[in-house]
Design a protein around this ligand. Structure first.
Ligand SMILES: Nc1ncnc2c1ncn2[C@@H]1O[C@H](COP(=O)(O)OP(=O)(O)OP(=O)(O)O)[C@@H](O)[C@H]1O
Length: 328
């Protein structure tokens, strides 16, 4: 459905150059739900804007929905839907009018635009809201209207930029259901960007991790997490016993990355659950009482940390290394 090779975009403004995307290769198969995960400024939106013909690549090539991005952008546009980060609804317009207008822009007759609108409002839980001004909708409703607008021409490939940014947890979970349904019940291939780890984890079949304009990893959420060597274990003990507990932990089979903070010892082992009985016995034998224990499966943040040396959350705080923001 999508095949890109060496896709790149350089911005030059006021004599400064930003390589926002540096030679991205990606393949998305029909029916996949693929997430593009990375911190702010990593190059997600720029890639999406290139794949949706909104921005011309400075290098590389791609086919999207079977059409060549550079030589047949109109063909690409006919075959895709795009939900932008900021959405695309006009505040003073009514829901029904918005959908109908969108249908007319895609060349549907008035009657067809209306019946397609009815289908989509039903599908996206917007039925009965036809006469509402879009500015009166809740965040979740507005996002679902954005999806409805992007689906008017029945595209089989949907690009979605930051689907749930700014939504409350309940609306996020609800929108995730709708996104899954688009794929499962309507056969839509989805390519979405996100900087939420939980979103990528919960929603996507496959994740591409982008940092500083380059794809640094790719795989299923589980295969990515498997790259982090083992589960994280944190054991609480009395402060004066921390050093002893660290020695005990270090002797466990496969234990590594043993660190201590105040009254806790943290380490990684291949399997946290099976290491527990042995840890308990060894601490007991050393006369050390455990006050708490936490076993954590690797997260996508651990993956990002392993790959880049930075936490995804920390990376969010600043501009990616080696890049400066340039406002054109
Ligand atoms: N029009 C532009 N002119 C100059 N630089 C730009 C332009 N658009 C984006 N950039 C820069 O390109 C880099 C990548 O930006 P992009 O918006 O693609 O990142 P992102 O991963 O989508 O971030 P976010 O999660 O914040 O949307 C950033 O350093 C950004 O400042």
């Amino acid at each position: 459905m999508i095949r890109a090779r060496g896709l790149a975009r350089r911005f030059t403004a006021r004599g400064r150059t930003v390589d926002a995307v540096r030679g991205v290769d990606l393949d998305v198969a029909t029916g996949e739900l693929v997430g593009f995960l990375g911190p702010n400024g990593a190059g997600k939106t720029t890639t999406l804007r290139m794949l949706t013909t909104l921005l011309r690549p400075t290098a590389g090539e791609a086919t999207v929905g079977g059409c060549d991005l550079l030589t047949d952008p109109a063909g690409v546009r006919r075959r895709i839907g795009y939900v932008a980060q900021s959405g695309g609804t006009a505040a003073e317009c009514r829901v029904g009018e918005e959908i109908e207008l969108q249908g007319r822009l895609y060349g549907l007759t008035k009657a067809d635009a209306r019946s397609r609108g009815a289908e989509l409002t039903e599908q996206l839980d917007l039925a009965g809201l036809d006469q509402r001004l879009t500015k009166t909708l809740s965040g979740g409703q507005r996002r679902r209207l954005d999806i409805a607008l992007s689906l008017v021409h029945d595209p089989k490939l949907l690009f979605f930029d930051e689907p749930t940014t700014g939504l409350d947890p309940q609306s996020r979970a609800n929108l995730w259901q709708h996104i899954r349904r688009l794929r499962d019940e309507h056969g839509v291939t989805l390519f979405l960007t996100t900087h939420y780890l939980d979103e990528a984890d919960a929603l996507c079949d496959r994740i591409l991790v982008i940092d500083n304009g380059e794809i640094v990893a790719e795989g299923t959420p589980d295969s990515l997490k498997a790259r982090v060597s083992g589960d994280g274990v944190t054991v609480g003990v009395a402060e004066e016993q921390v050093a002893g507990a660290a020695e005990v932990a270090a002797r466990l089979p496969g234990a590594h990355e043993v660190t201590t903070v105040d009254s806790a010892v943290s380490f990684r082992v291949p399997r946290g659950d099976t290491a527990m009985p042995e840890l308990l016995r060894a601490l007991d034998a050393a006369g050390i009482a455990m006050t708490s224990v936490r076993v954590q499966r690797p997260t996508l943040d651990d993956v990002f940390l392993t790959l880049t040396g930075r936490s995804l959350r920390d990376a969010e705080q600043g501009t990616p290394a080696g890049q400066e923001a340039v406002h054109a």
